[in-house]
Design a protein around this ligand. Sequence first.
Ligand SMILES: [Zn+2]
Ligand SMILES: [Zn+2]
Length: 424
Amino acid sequence: MGKRVRPFGVLLIGMVIVISGCHTAPDSKWQWYKGALHVHSLWSDGDEFPEVVAQWHRDHGYSFLAMTEHDRIAQDDRWIDLDEDFGEAVAEGMTTDPARLPRSLQKRANRVTGAQQMRLSTLDEIRPHIEQPERFILVNAEEITDTCGKKPVHVNAINLGTAIKPQHGPTVVATIDNNLRAVREQSESLQRPMLAVVNHPNWKYGITAKELAESHASFFEVYSGDPSVNHLGDDRHPPVERIWDLANTIRLACLKRPPLWGIAGDDAHEYGDLGMHRMCPGRGWVKVRSKELTPSALISAMNRGQFYASSGVAIRKIRTSSIMLKLEIEPDGGAIFTTQFIGTLYDPDLVAEHGYAGAINPGRIGTVLATVYGRQPSYNLTGKELYVRAVVTSSKPKDLPTYRGQLEQAWTQPVHCIDLKSRG
Ligand SMILES: [Zn+2]
Ligand SMILES: [Zn+2]
């Protein structure tokens, strides 16, 4: 999204960027902060109170949480009918436990229907009880829940001041861009950084790689813990990770624009029954390297690419330059790590003279350039790479997998060294 221009290609020449944890002298203030950027509560269609959702994430080692409610921020006066909005949670016996109910809970009868209602706490009401400096913060957020025809176009907007209505558009690309523009305009108006993420492109196969490439999105979900998002694609649609490579090849080879960066999230809606087919918390997250735990610092770090996406693998250090991509992976018991360096090599024949739709040879896109085993994998760039990225796969099976055979992974951001146009 908009305010940022990534002069990455130019800056990388002759320069080494180290993205590392707090162990690294002399930069001892830098830390990895774990964050959830896609989560729902009873404020939209999640099945738990926001207090419970916040406490779950704090208890599970997260440092920041953005509750991305559909088309609203948890900041107004909102009452829910127990019969309708709350029915499923009550039926499962989750939040009827008095010990888990928020102390601030207020009840009343609906004046029209007589149904019992509960008032939901706002983020500002929850913050004094859950936030702690350098330990845990809540970030205002919304999932702008748009459609284009029958295709869902969902954009998470993080660190918003006020909710943004779906902006709509005649095409999927225009729909994405109109929503990104609304976030950018609010960011400029309120003078604070905001993050916009295009969610789950393969959910209902709403967004193609070409559409993602042509949009002005900077961030998208490369992994979602929602089991229904078609992470692996099907006979007619590529896997989400492949979409990343297709889109970034189009961006870099044809549009001369910065590549997309990938986040992982949960799209969590269900907090009681942690089953494989449920939309549970704790499957995907981001780790952001920042000097302080504030929304502005975290978003600024993400805009600089100082983060990675994970479904379980922890990375201690990421070192990038125009000639190298090197990782140091945190040990995890006896787990064995395999790192694939994936990229597209530049080739003058890669793009046909007239347009690019269908002109790029799919066999040359997002290929495995090297496979390295162990905790310190590295790749030396040859100068032919449009980009290269690393995906680390552990031998450890994923708890609550979203697909059969899933192993824990981490995805680093693509490194490239070509001149780019400014983001328009
Ligand atoms: Zn969504
Ligand atoms: Zn969602």
